[in-house]
Design a protein around this ligand. Structure first.
Ligand code: DON
Length: 315
């Protein structure tokens, strides 16, 4: 990708933020737990971190919020590290979870019954529960490994908010139902309580947009974290992670995101959306109000504006 003048990037993130902010009021902040219901709908942060380390931020880019479903990306990366081969994909993962968009809400149970307990992909709740199950088998302390990986990529330690984790636990009936249904098909090895504990706490990891943007740069850099030079995943696996993000990372809106943003993305219900611009940068936007599919309304607009202005679409 051609080098973009950093002055243009500064201007582009400011203009994109200005264009996106008014759209926030069209959405609704998630209200299934008080910690999300209380989020200020006017919070807005946008961060773009280039592979050479230059950081461009606007608004509340240093305020931490629960990463929620964005954790599904890091959990998949950790599972691939532990299970994957450098040559390609690990069958142990992909016999238990698919790689197809679901076309259903992120917490839907419907397909699981028809498809005999194999979730469509690791970016929806059922798929993330299978990944959590795999992490329990392959890590002595999955959350320690996960926060360790993310902290290393973010350049500073990250924490789990215990109140968010407890609230997730108290409202995990649908996820528990999914876990039990998958267990009935033999696709969950560990006790559902242990799996939910990992999943609920990974959703409760809190990070800022700046930290998140830093932490996905390795995907833009062929699997190598540019900050440390360490290979996180082989280039081959990094490309596959981005393929899953592009097709499944924003649930039922993945087609619309491919069309309007043109980058691999992953969203979370606290209003964060992370994106990867290959060979260029890691990006994260945060604006709490969501659309009906669970993606940040202003976040999507900001990413659209930014990729248009900087010509970052992969297409
Ligand atoms: O498991 C759940 O349903 C919540 N913790 C929400 C996860 C999430 O972010 C889904 N996405 N947008």
């Amino acid at each position: 990708m051609a080098r973009i003048d950093p002055t243009n990037i500064e201007q582009a993130i400011r203009d994109s933020a200005d264009a996106a902010r008014p759209h926030a009021r069209k959405g609704e902040v998630a209200d299934y737990i008080p910690q999300l219901a209380e989020l200020d709908p006017d919070r807005f942060g946008l961060a773009l971190v280039e592979l050479d380390g230059r950081e461009h931020v606007v608004g509340d880019a240093d305020e931490c919020f629960p990463i929620q479903s964005m954790s599904k990306l890091f959990a998949l990366v950790l599972a691939m590290q532990r299970l994957g081969s450098d040559r390609g994909v690990s069958e142990e993962i992909w016999t238990r979870v698919g790689r197809e968009p679901s076309g259903d809400p992120f917490n839907s149970l419907v397909q699981l019954e028809h498809e005999r307990g194999i979730p469509r992909n690791p970016m929806i709740n059922a798929g993330a529960l299978v990944i959590a199950d795999l992490l329990i088998e392959h890590c002595s302390d999955p959350l320690d490994s996960l926060t360790g990986l993310i902290g290393e990529l973010a350049g500073e330690p990250v924490r789990i908010d215990p109140e968010v984790a407890a609230a997730e636990d108290a409202t995990s009936q649908r996820n528990r139902a999914m876990g039990n249904l998958m267990a009935s098909f033999g696709n969950l090895t560990n006790d559902i309580d242990a799996v939910l504990d990992v999943y609920n706490r990974q959703c409760a990891i809190t990070m800022s947009a700046r930290q998140i943007a830093r932490s996905v740069r390795f995907l833009a850099d062929d699997g190598v974290d540019p900050a440390s030079g360490r290979t996180v995943l082989s280039g081959s696996l990094a490309r596959r992670v981005m393929a899953v993000m592009l097709t499944c990372g924003t649930y039922d809106a993945a087609g619309d995101f491919a069309f309007s943003v043109g980058l691999p993305c992953k969203s979370g219900v606290a209003g964060g959306i992370l994106a990867v611009a290959p060979d260029h940068s890691g990006i994260c936007v945060w604006s709490p109000p969501l659309d009906a599919m669970g993606n940040s309304v202003a976040g999507r607009v900001a990413l659209h504006e930014l990729t248009e202005r900087l010509e970052l679409s992969i297409f």
